[in-house]
Write a protein that binds this ligand. Structure first.
Ligand code: NAG
Length: 196
């Protein structure tokens, strides 16, 4: 009987330990939410996107004039609102490539550098598959630097507004989490180390 009780206690203790560990693990990340807009300007004097590879691959099945592998380099303005005149927050720098031969799909690979706001000086790295005519696409947050170091999560990516044939605004609804530094254990004071 006593042994059974001890075993029960042990099981309870192990379960409590597991729960505590799970709780600590989840507490070690904190959520970050950012919503920004990116302006892709593909022509004219204010252009921020250039065609690197264009018309090299075989014609795309459903996009006239486009070929598989078409690639654009971007240095797009990032703003707080969907209008290009709204508060500038940074730049989105990277590439996108027409990576499906049959579907309207590009693969995006960008680093968003923030130059204003609470994350000024930090970057967030976004990559993923963008099926361009879907209402909402999901891309991945795969990292970050500065105050966004270790970021991971996802981006809900939408075409916010098509202003003209050469200017489109994209909405990046960024849901990520950051590791919270684990506090260094404080010695309990009764040790006999002779520091100082
Ligand atoms: C962002 O940080 C840089 C470097 O610390 C600073 O020069 C600049 O004024 C900051 N920008 C804003 C809008 O706070």
């Amino acid at each position: 009987m006593a042994t059974a009780n001890k075993q029960l206690l042990l099981v309870a203790a192990v379960l409590a330990g597991l729960l505590l560990a799970a709780d600590v693990a989840s507490a070690r990340r904190r959520p970050v939410h950012l919503r920004v807009y990116m302006h892709d300007v593909i022509g004219g004097p204010e252009r921020t996107a250039i065609r690197l590879i264009w018309g090299v691959g075989p014609p795309h099945a459903t996009m006239p004039g486009r070929t598989f592998g078409d690639t654009v380099a971007i240095d797009d303005l990032v703003t707080a609102g969907p209008s290009i005149g709204s508060r500038p927050l940074g730049r989105a720098q990277g590439t996108y490539m027409l990576t499906s031969q049959h579907e309207e799909v590009i693969v995006v690979d960008i680093t968003v550098v923030l130059t204003a706001g609470p994350y000024n000086g930090s970057t967030v790295v976004v990559v993923g598959r963008d099926r361009i005519y879907d209402d909402t696409r999901e891309l991945a947050v795969v990292g970050g630097t500065g105050m966004l170091r270790g970021a991971s999560g996802y981006v809900l990516w939408r075409t916010a507004k098509v202003y003209s044939e050469i200017h489109m605004a994209l909405e990046l609804d960024i849901h990520a989490s950051l590791p919270v530094p684990v506090p260094v254990p404080v010695p309990d004071g009764d040790d006999d180390t002779d520091a100082e």
